[in-house]
Design a protein around this ligand. Structure first.
Ligand code: 6PG
Length: 261
């Protein structure tokens, strides 16, 4: 049976039974996430000889990436089997402080025992944004296994959550929320007058495992809506993921503050 079994009902991240793990603070969250990322990468390598991992952007995962650069995690990661990608990227050069690749490179990848061909930045060149999306999608098609629908299947995708319920660069009110044929698509954010590239829903939904990292009191209201109540009315972008694989939520106490225990 090809993974994922297309007959299994889609489990959105918010359906009952979501695997929610609450940690005392961002440091504990990052250490627990480092354990899980390392274990999941080792599982993928043992099962399939490779681990196709997509990194989250934003600020929350910074400490996680710093931890993965050092022991014990750096001694446990299956480095030769790792292929590292990005879930989304801003239309800025790697040296820019907003670059997701630039952050991961600075705190982790530049000091990791990885060959250049193992790290795949997602250059969101605004001058050729559609071609940049197509180029990255082509990379995924060449590098990753595909499911029965031809969608590239990541072993693990790390994701954050914005206070407005966006994840990756799937922002409320953007056309990319309706994108079901391209694996990577451009997103124009009017509020920032800037472009981004993002993995689209089909790729998030096809992944073997999604791992959300959410910290901070500013996420508590959104999490209460996403995880605390049955999805009803207008779904937030993160609620529209019909995940076929496993979904784990790693929260700090501040972000989880409004979840009923
Ligand atoms: C990005 C991320 C985005 C991020 C959330 C949370 O490129 O910004 O992909 O989805 O994960 O906005 O960001 P923080 O971790 O900074 O709160």
């Amino acid at each position: 049976m090809p993974f994922p079994d297309p007959t299994t009902p889609a489990a959105t991240p918010t359906t009952a039974g979501a695997d929610i793990r609450i940690h005392t603070d961002p440091e504990a969250l990052s250490r627990a996430a480092a354990d899980r990322v390392t274990a999941l990468c080792r599982e993928a390598e043992a099962a399939r000889g490779a681990c196709h991992l997509a990194l989250a952007g934003g600020s929350t995962p910074r400490r996680l990436y710093q931890l993965l650069a050092g022991p014990p995690w750096s001694q446990q990661l299956p480095w030769p089997a790792l292929q590292i990608y990005f879930g989304d990227e801003r239309a800025v050069p790697p040296e820019h402080p907003d670059s997701n690749y630039g952050m991961a490179r600075a705190v982790w990848l530049a000091r990791a025992p990885l060959a250049a061909g193992q790290v795949h930045p997602m250059p969101a060149d605004p001058a050729r944004i559609n071609q940049a999306a197509a180029d990255y999608a082509g990379l995924l098609e060449r590098q990753l296994p595909r499911n029965e629908a031809g969608v590239p299947v990541f072993d693990l995708i790390l994701l954050g959550l914005g206070p407005d319920g966006h994840t990756a660069s799937l922002f409320p009110g953007t056309p990319v929320l309706e994108e079901r044929t391209r694996w990577v698509a451009p997103v124009y954010l009017e509020q920032h007058d800037s472009w981004r590239l993002t993995l689209t829903y089909p790729v998030l939904e096809a992944a073997r495992q999604l791992l959300f990292l959410v910290a901070g009191a500013d996420k508590a209201a959104c999490l209460a809506r996403v995880l605390g109540t049955p999805a009803n009315g207008e779904l937030l972008p993160v609620q529209r993921i019909a995940a076929r694989g496993r979904v784990e939520w790693h929260l700090d106490a501040a972000a989880a503050e409004r979840l009923k225990s």
